[in-house]
Design a protein around this ligand. Structure first.
Ligand SMILES: O=C(O)CCC(=O)C(=O)O
Length: 262
């Protein structure tokens, strides 16, 4: 993995195409990051819906129910775009949009049905996310979508940063290598070599991880004493659309401004 602040768009695209992810350091203007953090803390404190609670996913480590101790621990503030204009500003930020145009073509669309959230990972009640592709329950014409994962604070192995399997966005895997929830079967002999290639994506506040929606990724719970916050969106280009009538088409999509002429 190469990490740079001054990479050309074509370097980023080459790395992304090869590895299924790329990291751009210090990418977001600090005042936006601070505002996103403020809004996140406000909405977590107020339990402002729509929210996914840790108890809802029932992953290893999740509280047993919303009524159990820690049951109201937020996992994800959904519909970030409806929470504060800073998220719309972020999605119109020309350096971000030009990266996405390079990877996906023009115009770029942001489905509001998926991601469009702030992920929160609480130290006491967070859970383990198994190895999966984000496309597992999405319905688009193709799997060509790009996720942006913006670190509002530090992300390290200790607090449950993302782990990725480089190049896995281009791998075809038989169904027998996945469990019933489409997580990678950790004991399947053909999957074992993949785990030797795992990379931890460590991020500093303001760093941006771009990853392909087919890249296998996972994360542990948060073993630190501070909550971790990340702003996550997904995007597709003009040659990929949600399947009509599916969950992926249940909300409108935001069309990002074309920045090619800037
Ligand atoms: O932070 C985590 O636990 C991973 C979240 C994730 O991969 C997802 O929600 O798709």
């Amino acid at each position: 993995m190469t990490t740079r602040t001054t990479a050309t768009l074509s370097d980023i695209a080459t790395e992304f195409e090869r590895d299924g992810y790329a990291v751009l350091r210090g990418f977001v203007p600090p005042e936006w990051r601070e505002r996103m953090m403020e809004v996140t803390r406000r909405d977590v404190a107020a339990l402002r819906e729509p929210i996914e609670y840790e108890a809802d996913v029932q992953y290893p480590g999740s509280p047993e129910s919303r009524e159990a101790p820690g049951g109201r621990t937020v996992r994800r503030l959904r519909q970030a775009l409806s929470r504060d204009p800073v998220f719309q500003e972020w999605l119109s930020y020309p350096p971000l949009v030009s990266c996405l145009q390079q990877l996906l073509g023009t115009p770029v669309y942001c489905p509001m049905a998926h991601h469009n959230c702030v992920m929160t990972k609480h130290p006491r009640f967070s859970s383990e996310t198994g190895w999966h592709r984000d496309t597992r329950f999405w319905s688009f014409q193709t799997g060509e979508l790009v996720n942006t994962w913006l670190a509002l604070g530090e992300e390290r192995p200790e607090n449950g940063c993302l782990k990725v399997i480089p190049g896995s966005h281009r791998m075809d895997l038989g169904k027998d290598r996945l469990d019933e929830n489409q997580f990678l079967d950790s004991e399947h002999p053909e999957n074992l070599p993949l785990f030797d290639t795992v990379q931890y994506v460590e991020l500093a506040p303001g760093d941006l991880l771009l990853f392909h929606a087919r890249t296998f990724h996972a994360a542990t719970r948060n073993f630190s004493d501070q909550t971790k916050y990340s702003v996550v969106f997904t995007f597709h280009g003009p040659e990929n659309e949600p399947i009509p009538g599916s969950k992926s088409s249940r909300y409108p999509e935001l069309v990002l401004p074309d920045v090619s002429g800037l």
